[in-house]
Design a protein around this ligand. Structure first.
Ligand SMILES: [Zn+2]
Ligand SMILES: [Zn+2]
Length: 230
């Protein structure tokens, strides 16, 4: 785009920080001050018990059954505000911002898992067609671009409509999510999958999706999310 056009657009739509709404020239629309206040994670969590994983080896309490959860940042302000922007028109910029956080913090750890494919956690179809997109897919595509991985949608689908997990307590979340996913094709030769979601809170959704994939012969290598509420 020619500079004068871009300049004109900036005048009509001044670039505002997705976190605080202040003017910013940051290419991912997150200002210096929001970046400073944001709590990012430099270690993955254990997907089972949500404790930090040690720098080497597996979770002290879960042992070999632990899988890593790579989360960009803690789900509080300004991260919450940036993710809320997905509900408005600007969906590409927050996805790119969190994909870069994941790349900068965890690229090596993720590539070491040697996963065949990134699989976004699906929405119920009517919810996706209402929104027009699944934000986990938009995010997965940005991560895949930066890490030279592949995204595949459609391996796993959400066949039942349930209450939104965000309105439930921990115990309710576990029963509410049980049995909502179905795999459309059995895995050929145990393909290794990394699940991708927008926000992981109790982890019950990604664990249920992971269990469903494993029952169909896939191997769950780990989970990537934009944010995790600790
Ligand atoms: Zn800001
Ligand atoms: Zn653990």
């Amino acid at each position: 785009m020619p500079r004068w056009v871009r300049g004109g657009l900036d005048f009509v739509f001044p670039p505002l920080c997705l976190g605080c709404g202040d003017f910013t020239e940051d290419e991912d629309a997150v200002c210096e001050s929001c970046r400073r206040t944001m709590a990012t994670f430099n270690r993955p969590f254990c997907l089972n018990c949500l404790a930090f994983l040690p720098a080497a080896g597996s979770c002290a309490s879960c042992g070999e059954s632990s899988r890593p959860l790579f989360a960009g940042a803690n789900y509080v302000a300004p991260v919450e505000d940036i993710i809320i922007q997905f509900k408005f028109k600007n969906i590409a910029t927050p996805a790119r911002f969190f994909a870069k956080l994941i790349r900068d913090q965890f690229a090596e750890d993720i590539l070491r898992l040697e996963a065949d494919v990134l699989v976004p956690v699906p929405l119920y179809y009517s919810r996706e067609s209402f929104r027009g997109y699944n934000q986990a897919t938009v995010f997965a595509e940005r991560v895949a671009e930066l890490l030279s991985l592949r995204v595949e949608t459609g391996i796993i689908v959400r066949t039942k409509r349930r209450r939104p997990q965000s309105r439930l307590n921990h115990a309710q979340r576990v029963t509410n999510i049980r049995g909502v996913f179905e795999v459309t094709a059995q895995a050929d030769a145990g393909r290794k999958v990394i699940l991708v979601d927008d926000v992981v809170t109790s982890g019950s959704t990604v664990r249920e999706a992971g269990r469903t994939l494993e029952r169909a012969g896939y191997t769950l290598a780990g989970v990537i999310s934009m944010a995790h509420a600790v």
